[in-house]
Write a protein that binds this ligand. Sequence first.
Ligand code: FAD
Length: 489
Amino acid sequence: MTRTAFVVGAGLGGLATALRLVHRGWKVVVLEQGPEPGGKLNRYEQDGFRFDTGPSLITLPHVFDRLFAIGGVDFRERLNPVRLDPLFEYRFSDQSRFTYSSELSYLTAEIERLTGSTEDIDGLYRFLELGAKLYNLSEKTFFDRPPLARPRFKDLSLLLSAPKRHAWSNYKKSVQHHFKDPRMRQVFERYPTYVGATPEKAVGTLALIPYMELAFGGWYVPGGIYRIVQELRNLVIQAGVRIKYNVAVSDISTENGSAVGVETSTGDSLKSDIVVSNADPGSIHRITNGKAGRELKSDQRSMSGFVMLIGLNKKLKNIRHHTVCFSEDYNREFSQIFNERRFPDDPTVYVNIPSVTDPTTAPAGAESVFVMANAPADPSAWTPEFQAEAVRRVQARLTASGMPDLFANAQFVEYWTPARLESDYSAPGGSIYGQVSHGWRGTFIRPSLKDRKINNLYYVGGGTHPGGGTPTVLMSAEIVSDVIGNRSE
Ligand SMILES: Cc1cc2nc3c(=O)[nH]c(=O)nc-3n(C[C@H](O)[C@H](O)[C@H](O)COP(=O)(O)OP(=O)(O)OC[C@H]3O[C@@H](n4cnc5c(N)ncnc54)[C@H](O)[C@@H]3O)c2cc1C
């Protein structure tokens, strides 16, 4: 008899799991509360401008290859992803600039130019060596299966073979050990923000992120990264999955401690053999009044963001696809976000202009500009008055960093605050990566892929194992599909 699964949410993880399960012979229905698929990986279009509202850079493209192969499609041929080089232009508060390339000879020459010494080039090599060891270790353990699911002697020996001091200690200390120039430190301290964490509290293991980016590249998909979702949705539908939009799951139905289906906002009670939630376990905890999921308290949430999408009526000169304008005091910025839980006075501002690489994203003579600053995962501050103040701080940083006035020539600006991320995608507090990867616990003991109290209820996506970010969300779909498959096939 065909077994049935409801997937709660059509985010990247929900769609990927639906594809994997339907190809294992399951009958799958996806229930999405919003009007379209994608979740945080989404897009916005206005007046001929097209923006990705979420991810602007994808890494580990081979993980996307594996998923699309399940649907019989070659990811590279279908989407033609392009490897961006240089990856970033960094602008520091002392007015110096640094071009970050994944071409090592170029990168090392830039380090020598910026710092006037070769000392940090040695540091870079040692830091990347550490990242490579940690990546290889993660591939065989953390990225491959549920934590502690099948403890093996092999895992233990792998763990013991990891470089001890800098891998298992604090990320910021590790960066400070490897790099001497304060600007190089700032560049590498930024990487924990890829998972919504502060370098101060992240573990050294996150050194694998800059390694992955340099070794496997940072990629863009012409037409917009949202094309990944559109293609994936097509594959899922062709394989026989039904996706129902504008249907919010309001409760998980249970009998004798097992999930037997879902209750919906449309008043339906739907039965299935299993339920897979792409909603954060914290969100499931809230809607089920603590019956299922895991509470995500405000101090356990990864960062959110304040995003401005600018339809710019002008072509910019001498500008990169990705620019990062660093704040003057990175420590203070993180302290304001995580300790004081407020939007920073002087935010680091990330500017992504895909029309530099891909003219199809903006009308002729114009640019589509995505501007983002990190913010605490707390929607309460975002009144219209506060939003205007946050824009002022972002503008001040852009001006101080020598960026052209993006707001003066704006045809329109569309704002995404933590409050909108929470209301549109049920991201707790607007948190982008679910539970924050701080310390050992936060990084390695993430909310479980299988509910701890309710049988037949599983989780997929950035809020569970291995964590947030597009490739890890796809790994989560691989692991949970295997867990479901192994228990019942
Ligand atoms: C501004 C921003 C920038 C980012 N930049 C990058 C980047 O450069 N690179 C990168 O790799 N990643 C980036 N990310 C992170 C990346 O987008 C996420 O990690 C990933 O898309 C999350 O996928 P997910 O499967 O966890 O699902 P989500 O995107 O969280 O989707 C969950 C879905 O479930 C639905 N849902 C929730 N509750 C219910 C319910 N009760 N009933 C029905 N449906 C429900 C939601 O509406 C949503 O569609 C960024 C994200 C944002 C917001």
